[in-house]
Design a protein around this ligand. Structure first.
Ligand code: BJ8
Length: 425
């Protein structure tokens, strides 16, 4: 542990003892889940480095940015339009929310029957173990689910929170509400940073974020090859890192990884045998270091070929459309793009069912595993519709409900192995 990191964490108000316990647990876990894999692309070296220094260099960059008068905006959801944050000269960063480690602290305040993602993120703030939240000037929440929106009220007692209202329907009225929300968010970002968002700045930001989306689209398109040129675990990690790395560097690294995978695909090289069962995971997002389900599936000999989730296709499948360089047109294009995220918070949400069925074909999947975090009612209930739709399409489905603990790992393993046996080619 570099001394200057310790000093930085101290200045950010981190609980050093708790934080060290978390940092001590990560390398063993990463070794077992990631570094033990065979034939990994060389491009994953960058992501291994990022995880190895998870609370170091990137946090330092954020701290430096603030020292120069810049702002950092922390987010929990892919509904927050990051183009607007960048155009205001601020840096958006996804918050830590993927580990059991921070949950006991949260359970001292929140009801235990709250989803792990909410408890984990809240616990990180309460226990002061996430330098990203500590280094942020504003947390931006959203009204996507009841658990999150009520948690934000409590979180606001610890750090300023701004909540965007995400509508629950996709009607014209809802779209108008969302457009107004995006405009209000632009005003809030201008107020936070003291910078005016101009059409030229927004154009650059739209191009930057679209470029990263295109690099992720390339990655996922390459995963459609048989055999798959990259493990699901590695692809998930590259996607997860996109939530907080510098956008230009991240796009470069993703494209370099894509170039390497293209060569593998051309040469017919894969990380799993061509007849390994191909699985799509659909459902709740997975924040670092939530690699549990992928690890169980791939340890059983199958390969995860795509994630229909916000740490998957929902993050990048739609670009912001190119418009004339004027603020009204750009903001409207941004609002339209974000309304295309098919989160289970919408009713009805047929589009998500279409996405899963289409993806199963495109990725030549043998089955879909629907993943929802325990106590997440939106995804758990929508799984009923997913099941009906996939049955109609003749696509095998396994529904899994879990949390961040390892308590159910044995049981999950048995269920997944039985499912894989059923879908085997
Ligand atoms: S756009 S999926 S990132 S809301 S798992 S906290 S829904 S109780 S994460 Fe999400 Fe945005 Fe939707 Fe995506 Fe609530 Fe469910 Fe927990 Fe969830």
């Amino acid at each position: 542990m570099a001394n200057d990191n310790v000093q930085m964490w101290q200045e950010l108000g981190i609980d050093l003892k708790m934080h060290q316990a978390l940092m001590d647990a990560l390398p063993t876990m990463f070794q077992e889940i990631y570094l033990s894999q065979k034939d990994r692309p060389a491009g994953m070296g960058f992501y291994d480095f990022v995880v190895g220094d998870i609370h170091g260099i990137r946090v330092k960059e954020l701290v430096e940015h603030r020292k120069k008068g810049g702002k950092v905006v922390a987010t929990y959801c892919v509904f927050v339009p990051e183009e607007i944050v960048w155009a205001a000269g601020a840096i958006p960063v996804g918050l830590c929310a993927g580990t059991q480690f921070s949950i006991p602290a949260a359970e001292a305040v929140l009801p235990r029957n709250t989803c792990a993602l909410i408890k984990s993120s809240f616990g990180f703030k309460l226990a002061r173990i996430c330098p990203y939240v500590q280094a942020s000037d504003l947390i931006v929440g959203e009204t996507t689910c009841d658990g999150k929106k009520k948690m934000f009220e409590i979180l606001n007692e610890y750090q300023p929170v701004y909540v965007m209202e995400v509508p629950n329907k996709k009607t014209e009225k809802s779209r108008a509400l969302w457009l107004a929300e995006v405009k209000a968010f632009k005003d809030r970002m201008e107020k936070l940073t003291g910078n005016k968002i101009t059409a030229a700045k927004l154009e650059k930001a739209i191009e930057q974020v679209n470029a990263r989306r295109k690099a992720l689209q390339r990655l996922y398109n390459l995963r459609k090859a048989v055999p798959s040129p990259i493990s699901g675990k590695d692809a998930l990690l590259a996607t997860q890192v996109s939530f907080y790395d510098d956008i230009v560097r991240d796009t470069q690294m993703l494209n370099a990884l894509d170039d390497e995978l293209e060569k593998r695909v051309k040469a017919g090289e894969g990380v799993f045998p061509a007849d390994a069962p191909r699985i799509i995971i659909s459902g709740s997002p997975m924040a670092i270091p939530n690699w549990k389900l992928h690890h169980i599936i791939e340890s059983a000999g199958a390969v995860v070929v795509a994630e229909e989730s916000c740490t998957g296709t929902r993050l990048f499948s739609d670009l912001v459309e190119k418009t004339p360089v004027n603020l009204d047109a750009q903001i409207k294009a941004i609002a339209d793009r974000y309304m295309n995220i098919h989160c289970a918070c919408f009713t009805p949400n047929e589009e998500r069912l279409d996405d899963i069925a289409r993806m199963a074909k495109e990725y030549r999947a043998d089955g879909v595993i629907h993943y929802n975090l325990q106590f997440c009612h939106t995804y758990a209930t929508e799984a009923v519709q997913v099941e009906k739709r996939l049955e109609k399409e003749g696509i095998p489905l396994l529904r899994v409900e879990t949390d961040y603990s390892d308590e159910d790992a044995g049981q999950l393993k048995n269920r997944i192995e039985a499912f894989l046996e059923m879908v085997k080619r």
